[in-house]
Structures are given as structure tokens and as C-alpha cells.
Design a protein around this ligand. Structure first.
Ligand SMILES: [Zn+2]
Ligand SMILES: [Zn+2]
Length: 268
């Protein structure tokens, strides 16, 4: 069921919506399957940049690796970002941050008491790659949930203040997402705090096609708080239509003028 404000033009016939720019696209410079040359060609299908994982194993280990990536991709005419691994990556130097067209900060695990709590299985499950999430019991522990939620806010705040990320990638993805109803696993008060960090920090909230996050209520709350948004398919394969993203935008009735378009918003 979709609730739409009266007079909203999101899905109205003939309403001209600006073409959405897809900021979150991987290449074979991290774990994607398509070369930068291939990505440069698919820009003709619909506008997109590239944003590979940093750090990434043997490929994007250091800032020098990222500089080479930026040069190579820019030469091909691409807009270039990185998917900066919040809570894991070394601090981002200011000159590299400025040289990139945008920086997506995203969480793929959290560390609690020096132990890594991995989200890999949850990720595979929410992306539909596995049929069962085997860690339901573990992540149903209220104490662990509380600690994960608190740590998430700390890590996002650090990404905003220290590393000056521009976009929060797949917000609300965590192992808790794999438990089911996001309105139950993510208390409203926590959602509001996460949104507040993004709004006050001037960073965009990504609508992620692969993880299908954030859910509608979160997007509605974010829009009400005056948030900026950003589209990210997070594709590792060929460029495909933005079907789920368009549906999520329409369901939350988000305004086209609140979306980033391949560059950061300059803050005076
Ligand atoms: Zn990610
Ligand atoms: Zn990604």
C-alpha cells in the first residue's frame, strides 16, 4: 500500500523527474566484475559513477592505489568515488577526499570489545543469495542489538566528522536487517538519531537497490527532517534499470531536488 501526499508528482503521468545519478557502482578494481572501460561505456545507458571499496585486499590497499584508480577512471570520463569502509578504513587524508568527486561511507561489520561482528551472512541473505539466515538466534539478543545500534551511530559520526564522507551507503543495513521488520529491529528513536547525524552533517542518505534499504518509514522520517538523498544500485555486475529504487522513491514520495547528482554539495 502506498501513501502519497496530495498533488505529489512522483508517479504522475507526464511528470518529468530528473534522471537519477547512480553513485554506487563497483568495478574490477575491487570486487566488481566489470572493468573501468566497461563502466565508462555503460554511462550511456544511464548516468552513473564508480565507487570501489577502500580499503580492498590486494587492489586498493593504500591512498596511492586510490589516486591511481581516480586518475584511471577520470581519464575515462567517469565520476569517481570510493566506498569507504566505516570503522575499518584508516583516516582519509583531506587532499584525497577533495580530489574524489564524492565519498560513500558504509558499514559492513562492527567491532565490539575488539571482536569483529561480521555482516557477510546477513548481506548474502538480504540480497537474496541465500535462503536462510543462520544467525537469527545470535542477533536476537537484545543486549547485542543495543550495542550494535550504538556502535553504528558512533562509527557514522566518526565518518562524518573525521573523514567527511558525503553519502551514507546502505544505511540501516546490518545483521539486524536480516531479522525481519525494520520497524521492529530499528527503534524509531534510533532511526531519528541516525537521520539527525546525516542532516546535521550535511550528508546524503543512500537509497540502495541491492539491499533495498532504507525502508519506507525511515525515508519518510528522513524527508521530514530535510535530508538529502543519493541513489546507489551497489551493482557489481551489469548496469540494470533502477526498478526497486524508483518504487522506493515513489512510495516515500521523495522530491527529485533533494538528490545528489554525481558530485558533493559544496559546504561554505
Ligand atoms: Zn557496501
Ligand atoms: Zn558497495
Amino acid at each position: 500500500m502506498s501513501v502519497r501526499a496530495p498533488g505529489a508528482g512522483a508517479g504522475a503521468p507526464g511528470a518529468k523527474r530528473p534522471r537519477l545519478f547512480d553513485h554506487h557502482v563497483h568495478s574490477d578494481r575491487s570486487d566488481g566484475t566489470v572493468s573501468l572501460e566497461g563502466r565508462a561505456k555503460s554511462v550511456a545507458i544511464r548516468p552513473h559513477g564508480v565507487s570501489d571499496h577502500y580499503p580492498w585486499r590486494d587492489k586498493l590497499r593504500t591512498e596511492d592505489d586510490v589516486k591511481r584508480y581516480l586518475e584511471d577512471a577520470t581519464r575515462l570520463g567517469l565520476r569517481v568515488g570510493i566506498e569507504y569502509d566505516l570503522g575499518v578504513a584508516p583516516p582519509l587524508s583531506a587532499d584525497l577526499r577533495e580530489a574524489l568527486h564524492y565519498v560513500i561511507g558504509a558499514i559492513h561489520q562492527v567491532e565490539l570489545d575488539g571482536k569483529r561482528i561480521a555482516y557477510d551472512d546477513a548481506g548474502a541473505y538480504v540480497k537474496g543469495r541465500t535462503k536462510m539466515f543462520k544467525q537469527v538466534e545470535r542477533f536476537s539478543d537484545p543486549d547485542l542489538q543495543r550495542r550494535i545500534l550504538e556502535r553504528t551511530l558512533e562509527v557514522v559520526a566518526e565518518g562524518i566528522d573525521r573523514d567527511r564522507i558525503d553519502i551514507l551507503g546502505h544505511p540501516t543495513f546490518s545483521a539486524l536487517q536480516a531479522l525481519g521488520d525494520p520497524e521492529r529491529v530499528y527503534p524509531e528513536e534510533w532511526q531519528e538519531r541516525l537521520i539527525d547525524l546525516c542532516v546535521k552533517g550535511g550528508i546524503a542518505i543512500e537509497i540502495n537497490e541491492s539491499y533495498e534499504v532504507p525502508h519506507r518509514e525511515f525515508l519518510v522520517r528522513a524527508a521530514r527532517a530535510g535530508a538529502l538523498f543519493s541513489v546507489g544500485t551497489d551493482t557489481h555486475f551489469a548496469i540494470k534499470p533502477l526498478d526497486k529504487t524508483e518504487a522506493m522513491i515513489a512510495a516515500a514520495d521523495l522530491r527529485g531536488d533533494r538528490f545528489l547528482a554525481g558530485r558533493r554539495i559544496a559546504v561554505a
